[in-house]
Design a protein around this ligand. Structure first.
Ligand code: GLY
Length: 336
């Protein structure tokens, strides 16, 4: 099991999903330079939102079933409890920044679809096509694989394409959910966080997961801590995942035990046969991340083998092992 105290000092600390190694380093630098934790978090994840190699977030994210990239994000500021969020946003690579502007400039929390895009345009965010050539080829392959009785085929040139081969190797066997969550605390004990994603690969157009929903994909309470999630969003929504973690910490749990406690609740709430393996365990993964006011941080997953990114001021950012409910990685988890 992961040590309870990954942080522990009164210096800026950031914790994120595994794809957030550079993001946690940047967030800690930004807090040292005086940005608030929520500003630092949004600035940190912008690195991943702009990275075409990460097919789960922002520019280069895999599209919905129509081949359109739709992004979800939110952010929350501990000292004021204010939040901002966007869902099913098309054409803007930094949805967390748009969410931040909703929080900063309006009295509202969540804008969706066309309204969110018009809001972004009105603030000068530049609209662009987020579907990279790599993501388009992977989507074409997925569409060709979907059914033997529709009109589409996966042609040999597509199957042999290096980008498609990469996708099959890393993600082909499962219905994947990527995302980045980043939670941060500064030296004064103030907290903030953000979650940003392109959501479930090839989702039904308009599908929204946990990431932009305050209390599900992210929750911050300046008296207690901050928490967020990655993985199967519908399951996180059903137990109000991030809020549950913060409430468990409020009741005295460490970040690690709070994440495990929320996962235990999620597993007990998973009852539909199509979500269970032969032994009655979830056939998907969810990871929870948490940091408390004292800078103690941890993450936990349903299945063993996961990592999370951690950075404390004065130290190198590093990947650490997630705690887990089940000890062995499931056979369907890609071994990369
Ligand atoms: N957790 C990301 C999603 O389900 O969309």
């Amino acid at each position: 099991a992961e040590p309870e105290r990954a942080g522990g000092g009164r210096v800026p600390v950031a914790v994120a999903s595994e794809n957030g190694l550079a993001a946690v380093a940047r967030a800690v630098q930004r807090m040292e330079a005086g940005l608030t934790p929520v500003e630092a978090a949004v600035d940190g994840v912008a690195l991943v939102e702009a990275d075409p190699e990460d097919v789960t977030v922002g520019y280069g994210g895999l599209p919905n079933s129509d081949g359109v990239v739709q992004l979800d994000a939110c952010c929350m500021d501990g000292p004021t409890m204010r939040a901002g969020a966007v869902a099913a946003l098309e054409g803007f690579r930094h949805p967390a920044r748009v969410a931040y502007e909703i929080m900063r400039r309006t009295t509202r929390v969540l804008l969706v679809g066309e309204g969110a895009a018009r809001f972004a345009t009105s603030l000068g965010f530049e609209a662009e096509n987020l579907l990279t050539e790599r993501a388009r080829k992977i989507w074409l392959y997925w569409r060709g694989q979907m059914s033997a009785i529709d009109d589409w085929m996966a042609t040999p040139d597509l199957i042999g394409d290096p980008d498609v081969q990469w996708f099959i190797r890393e993600h082909g066997a499962i219905a994947p959910h990527g995302t980045i969550n980043l939670c941060a605390v500064n030296a004064a004990g103030d907290l903030g966080g953000t979650t940003t994603t392109s959501g479930l690969f090839f989702k039904i157009p308009g599908r929204v997961g946990d990431s932009p929903l305050i209390g599900a994909g992210l929750f911050v309470d300046n008296e207690v801590g901050a928490a967020g999630s990655t993985g199967r969003g519908e399951s996180v929504i059903q137990i109000a995942g991030a809020h549950t973690i913060v409430e468990l910490m409020r009741a005295g749990a460490s970040p690690r035990d709070a994440c495990l406690g929320a996962l235990d609740r999620l597993v007990r709430a998973t009852r539909m046969p199509y979500l269970l393996d032969a032994e009655g365990r979830p056939n998907f993964d969810v990871k929870f991340y948490a940091v408390n006011k004292a800078g103690e941080a941890a993450a936990a997953a349903i299945w063993a083998g996961g990592k999370f990114a951690f950075c404390r001021a004065g130290e190198e950012a590093r990947l650490m092992d997630c705690a887990s409910l089940y000890p062995a990685p499931p056979p369907w988890l890609p071994q990369v």
